[in-house]
Write a protein that binds this ligand. Structure first.
Ligand SMILES: [Ca+2]
Length: 292
């Protein structure tokens, strides 16, 4: 059973002020047994190579050429406790660059389960660090506009190709993450004496083209996005997406499910909401996503 975030939380969550100056490193009383949690972030073949036509409902191929995210506040806590460790830096990654790359490693954590793990993908700050393949130019782009997620690439079918360069400013907490360790569903992370729990934050690029904000049966769909290039210049802009009302999309060209989300009326708002679905845990694992 997948965790599916609630639209109410997604859209109407009470805004919290960000505190980027949070604690870092470890705290608490060192136990006899201590271990390590190493977080990585990976965009899979879908972001690094392509989303092939056979994985897209209407047969388009999606290729990302740049996929920037800003990651903040990776946090590890016992249930109901202050975080035992929290990333104080914020880091910008280009998920199109190959590799499962390090985000933050917490050492010397007392060996025990930490069931409350979270991270945030939100707009960067001046102090954000371009990391592991991201450049100062990437950072400049993200900080100038306050983008938390920036995706650049092409969609194509047959001989026709169109490009997109989309920046989004959503601020999303991915909370209470759980995923499988050796086939067993596990909340958060498990620190063992002398061991390392390597935890992958997995970014699902295909979700940026889903046709449903909440359903586990969402399909990857491109045709209506492709057709949104109203001025025919070969680039699909966010403004052009905003001009496509969901209710105006003819039946037979796919339906866009907003579940209980309110105020999502056009393709731009829809894709912006989809940016809150890209963050996952240990591959296919899930977190509760909410607007910050
Ligand atoms: Ca255009």
């Amino acid at each position: 059973m997948k965790k599916v975030f609630t639209a109410a939380a997604l859209i109407f969550a009470v805004a919290c002020s960000d505190s980027n100056g949070g604690s870092s490193g470890t705290s608490g009383t060192p136990a006899d047994g201590a271990g390590t949690v190493a977080f990585t972030v990976y965009g899979e073949d879908y972001i690094e190579k392509e989303i092939p036509a056979e994985d897209v409902e209407d047969g388009y191929t999606i290729k990302f050429t740049r996929f920037l995210i800003a990651v903040h506040e990776v946090s590890v806590a016992e249930e109901g406790r202050e975080p035992a460790a929290k990333m104080s830096e914020s880091k910008i990654f280009d998920m199109h660059k190959p590799g499962d790359r390090p985000v933050i490693t917490f050492k010397d954590l007392p060996g025990k389960p930490y069931t409350h793990v979270s991270f945030r993908i939100g707009p960067p700050t001046a102090a954000s660090v371009p990391s592991e393949g991201a450049t100062e130019a990437d950072k400049a782009l993200m900080t100038a506009e306050g983008f938390s997620v920036y995706a650049e690439g092409t969609v194509s079918k047959d001989a026709a190709t169109k490009s997109f360069k989309w920046g989004f400013k959503t601020n999303t907490l991915y909370d209470r993450c759980e995923g499988e360790i050796a086939g067993k569903k596990t909340e958060g992370v498990v620190v063992t004496n002398g061991g390392t729990d390597t935890v992958q934050i997995t970014i699902h690029g295909d979700h940026l083209f889903y046709d449903d904000l909440q359903s586990p049966d969402a399909k990857v769909r491109v045709g209506n996005v492709f057709a949104a290039d109203a001025n025919g210049d070969g680039e699909i802009t966010l403004d052009e997406l905003a001009a496509v009302k969901l209710t105006a999309i003819p039946t037979g060209q796919g339906t866009y499910g907003t579940g209980s989300a309110a105020g999502i009326n056009d393709l731009r708002a829809f894709h912006e909401a989809l940016t809150r679905t890209i963050g996952h845990f240990r591959g296919e694992g899930e977190c509760f996503a909410s607007a910050k």
